[in-house]
Design a protein around this ligand. Structure first.
Ligand SMILES: CC(C)(COP(=O)(O)OP(=O)(O)OC[C@H]1O[C@@H](n2cnc3c(N)ncnc32)[C@H](O[C@H]2O[C@H](COP(=O)(O)OP(=O)(O)OP(=O)(O)O)[C@@H](O)[C@H]2O)[C@@H]1O)[C@@H](O)C(=O)NCCC(=O)NCCS
Ligand SMILES: Nc1ncnc2[nH]cnc12
Length: 290
């Protein structure tokens, strides 16, 4: 190669999708002020998480997202082989995350949701509307993975106790909280000229109005979940994050959820998933380049 040829090698589809997924996770972590979650202001309701850890965790997941997209390109169909391949890669990604965070669960739900979406996008890069990608992701989530361990996770415990629909069901239903709440609100708030950060906060709140966040249920029971859902709706009803009245209610919600130890970690993951789908859909990066 010529010594002055500094042109970077173009990214592969899988690398590009892994970049988009990690960017979405970092954007979610940085977004502030999020109620009771880790953000630029602090640790919210968490004692074992902080912003640097969220960033390091997001970066540690890049190889897993890339490998999932590569598996989709290699296998080329929604079938058990692909489901089991991404299950294995997802579990390895979780180990990489835990090694990076010294055992703290930062992004388990995000590996699941964004992993499915990255895989689904890589399968058919020319069919990259939010709907189309979510439907393929849901079909993958419905397939059984023979090798998946069945631990009594926090999600499984609250599913038994409250009959809640957790991360698995959210994906199997085609991510309704994202397609029916988060993404439409993101677009509405943008169209109303609320600014990108407020639009993202409003999207998070819209997801929180309806989600059975098993992270909240595990930490704060049904009282916590009601506080999260009603409080998020109250902020939106007051005009959203861009309005003074909405901001006052957002501050009150932050205080209330912190007092209840009710961190909406599942909603945060679904916001990251929303931001990923929005980019895939808007930028047309996948159609143009590959
Ligand atoms: C299918 C799995 C997602 C497993 O699901 P399950 O419900 O059995 O397991 P959990 O361990 O509880 O993880 C679910 C995580 O998903 C997020 N979440 C919660 N509610 C929802 C919802 N309704 N919809 C979507 N997503 C949701 C949430 O993640 C965030 O919170 C995490 C912190 O929460 P928590 O675990 O309670 O906190 P801890 O630190 O452990 O405890 P304390 O702080 O309270 O002490 C944070 O990580 C956020 O990400 C839930 O935690 C999936 O994991 C699975 O099967 N994986 C296997 C690999 C695989 O097949 N991969 C497929 C390829 S992608
Ligand atoms: N910003 C955040 N704070 C706490 N838990 C999370 N899980 C995913 N994103 C999170």
């Amino acid at each position: 190669m010529h010594a002055l040829n500094l042109q970077a090698k173009p990214l592969s589809l899988s690398e590009r999708l892994a970049d988009l997924a990690v960017d979405a996770l970092i954007d979610e972590a940085d977004l502030s002020p999020k109620p009771a979650l880790v953000d630029r202001r602090g640790n919210g309701a968490h004692t074992d998480l902080h912003l640097g850890l969220m960033h390091a965790s997001a970066l540690s997941l890049w190889p897993a997202f890339k490998e999932m997209a590569e598996a989709a390109v290699d296998i080329g169909a929604v079938d058990t082989a692909l489901r089991e391949a991404i299950g294995r890669i997802g579990r390895e990604g979780e180990q990489a995350m835990l090694a990076t965070t010294n055992g703290v669960n930062t992004h388990r739900g995000a590996i699941w949701a964004l992993g499915l979406l990255v895989t689904a996008a890589a399968l058919e890069p020319k069919s990259s509307s939010a709907n189309a990608v979510s439907v393929r992701a849901a079909r993958l989530a419905l397939l059984d993975d023979r090798y998946a361990p069945k631990p009594l996770s926090h999600g499984a415990q609250v599913a038994l106790r409250y009959g809640a629909r957790g991360a698995r069901e959210e994906a199997q239903l085609g991510f309704p909280s994202m397609l029916q709440r988060g993404l439409p609100q993101l677009k509405r708030s943008r169209a109303n000229g609320h600014g990108e950060q407020n639009a993202r906060l409003d999207a998070l709140l819209a997801i929180m109005t309806d989600l059975a966040d098993t992270c909240v249920l595990y930490r704060a029971g049904e009282q916590g979940l009601q506080a999260m859902q009603h409080g998020a709706q109250a902020v939106l009803d007051a005009g959203g994050s861009a309005s003074l009245s909405g901001r006052r209610r957002l501050h009150a919600l932050d205080q209330q959820l912190i007092a209840l130890n009710a961190s909406p970690g599942g909603a945060a993951d679904l916001l990251a998933a929303t931001l990923l789908l929005d980019r895939i859909e808007r930028d047309g990066i996948l159609q143009g380049a590959f």
